[in-house]
Write a protein that binds this ligand. Sequence first.
Ligand code: NDP
Ligand code: GDR
Length: 323
Amino acid sequence: MKKRALITGITGQDGSYLAEFLLSQGYEVIGMVRRTSTVNFERITHIQPHVTLVTGDLLDEVSLINMLREHRPTEVYNLAAQSFVQTSWPQPVFTGETTALGVTRMLDAVRLVDPDIRFYQASSSEMFGKVVEVPQKETTPFYPRSPYGVAKVYGHWITVNYRESYNMFACSGILFNHESPRRGLEFVTRKISHGVARIKLGLDQELRLGNLDAQRDWGFAGDYVEAMWLMLQQDHPDDYVIATGETHSVREFCELAFGHVGLNYQEYVVQDERFMRPAEVDLLIGDPSKAHTSLGWQPKTSFPTLVQMMVDADLQLLKEQNR
Ligand code: NDP
Ligand code: GDR
């Protein structure tokens, strides 16, 4: 029987890579999209003829139940969220509704319609927040530092709870930062790669950033979506940290990105209070050994390759846009 997967958040970075990957594995892919006043399918235009798009929203449980009833997926990947940490301070309630309670709505819809559906929850290294243990692993206690991080902790625990309460095949993937040329422009890596390309092409003179000393374990999104799928192919549901095991500062990212086009970041980067956060996550570095051992998963893309890939893609994009 052909496997059928439902992806929430298919228009986002991860959703687009996961859809591509599942199609390559022979899946029928159903993507949940929100109604918006302008269409935002840029990341999935190339695969749109091969996927079925259905309108729904994590804020509307009726839409979730109807979607599951109609399309009968065998796997659900819950990637939708208000995913930008900075926005979670000015919009804490909306973030909680989507990123926390949205998980319960989706899980409960699965329980009602078909509790045998396998469920993946997009959990986050932001749940670790303040440094309690280095490197962070599945057993490291959570200490979130933003309304987003708090919402993700709720999403994680409700996933574990539905697994334990209803014996559902529900997994939580604790993914560390993963980036790509499809990353939203507001996230620091893409902001830098896009900024570098604009400066190189003479379209800008400076790049304004916040905390340059924050350290993150950055991987490539294309590698990470495979881990999501692997989690749902196991005999038993479980939770896994997905990371590279390396950490780099925002400053190092700048150094490599500017260096890639022959520029010195110190001449262009300006620190700006507007991009500092009320509470910061200083250091994230994951221990992915459980995923290595149990899933056979390994990241394939190195940090320098990722930085170069993103800068090159933005140079190309801007050249096309300014032709
Ligand atoms: P994006 O911000 O790129 O995508 C988020 C997706 O969620 C978009 O498709 C968006 O739709 C959708 N969405 C937002 N709110 C709703 C809603 N109420 N109902 C339905 N859909 C909604 O995020 P990423 O692809 O980077 O991340 C995917 C998931 O993984 C998120 O849950 C994120 O929090 C989590 N995560 C991401 C990490 C990363 O480094 N990228 C690391 C760890 C976890 P629209 O296009 O209409 O806005
Ligand atoms: P993060 O990603 O908060 O880790 O969440 P982001 O790229 O926004 O920030 C990473 C670090 O860079 C610092 N920083 C800046 N960040 C932004 N956005 N803009 C700036 O100008 C800037 N200057 C410095 C931040 O302070 C922070 O320390 C991402 C999201 O994808 C989440 O959804 C996901 O759960 C986590 O990664 C893991």
